[in-house]
Design a protein around this ligand. Sequence first.
Ligand code: NAD
Length: 499
Amino acid sequence: MERYKQFINGEFVDALSGKTRLIYNPATEEPFAEVPLADREDAKAAIAAARKAFDSGPWPGMSIRERARYLYKVVENLKAMEGELAMLESMDAGATIRKTTMMDIPVGIEHMRLLVELAEKMDLYEPLPWIDFPRISWNFVAREPIGVTAGIIPWNFPFMMVIWKAAPALIMGNTSILKPASETPLTALKFAQAVADAGLPPGVFNVLTGPGSTVGEELASNPGVDKIAITGSTGTGRRIMELASRTVKKVTLELGGKSPTIVLEDADFEQSVDGTLFGVFFHAGQVCESGTRAFIPASRYDEFMEKLVDRVGHIKVGDPQDFETTMGPVVSKAQYGRVMGYIRKGLDEGAKLVTGGRRPDGFDKGFFIEPTVFENVRNDMTIAREEIFGPVLSVIKYESEDDAIAMANDSMYGLGGAVFSTDIPHAVEVAKRIRTGTVWINDYHLINALAPFGGYKQSGVGRELGTYGLKEYTQVKHIHVDLTMDRSKKFWYDYIFDD
Ligand code: NAD
């Protein structure tokens, strides 16, 4: 069994308490790695290191170009470990090797490269005219790093989330402390190795492997942290916002979702059936923006459902380390129990199970759940309101487009969604009426590193990716330079002097 160490102040170290935690493969339920079990004391040590690196280290004072040189080296180092990262991510999170090899790792690394490149092109100086008093002053706005930033990460896309938190924080001149989810810390530690090998100054980047209840809460409440960014559930986001409010930290919250897929009457059904299924069953439904509620027109309902059930049969559940597998297990025993609980709730509340709902035949170990489809779902049922975070689709029949849009928006969440239609201008109009941060038309899940990603309503605060995300790791400073150079012209001083 491989033993890992966490990364604090440029060194790989054990937890101060010496305690460790086992990491399990969700497909076999067997432990395969061991990591330090950090607590508040480790968090304080990381905060002190990141504080020192920010307050007296060279990192925040470097030009973006200088920092980019280091970060491109990290990108190169990550590329050299792509295969290893893909396998680790699959064993740790239950993600299929097919997905980690084709998407999570290469796309994550590419996101880092793109964000660094984008930051290099950003204009951080903004001159301002002063209309009332021209020629007496020079005004400009400078963008500066925020300071010590902490990133709290979920278990669904562990590597990608490390990139989304660390790359913008570091390139904009902040120091960074990451807390991966307890279940899936391994690729974050490999990222730390890539940082160490690139020679970033000590304390600029740190990884703590410990639980949210201690390490996460310390990061959210410690006055030494200036900004906290979390991707996680809405409940955790609320708690972090509350803790962060005590020291008025800046926050970015990327939280849960219950996103709608609206299939319009004129949709191409070949495309919309597969699109709907990709929207909900990608990574066994453990995706924040998953299209978990499908709104299908009554006029074409039977035709759609027949095709949908047939296509669910083409999803291959199995060993995530087998390249032929297209859907692996859910991440943990706790998550398995949670998803199965929602399936029972759906049945209890009167939804009709069309397919799935069980552990697939032939799997007596591993947290596998069949792709599950409910119909006769009403938008007020628990399975249509709460985030399940597993392979469960709720199909809701609609009579008019206005009804579909109203039901789509009747949710406390507002993260993603899709519209399927052959009339693109009309689909764009429908997309504009959906109150979420991202809407795909005739597609799902394609994340553009240059576009903002984030939530309306209780799906979050702030945005990640693109210039929007980079700016979340800066604060603006207005600098006013006097150009009169002459006391006698400063009539405004007469506001306080009488001669
Ligand atoms: P979670 O909220 O249980 O945990 C997320 C992280 O927060 C973990 O690192 C956890 O240890 C930490 N944490 C938990 N309690 C904490 C506390 N009191 N203080 C500080 N930190 C704490 O979420 P999860 O189960 O790991 O991930 C699934 C959730 O993440 C889903 O709700 C999903 O929608 C959401 N998510 C959102 C996005 C997005 O971009 N909006 C992306 C991926 C996942």
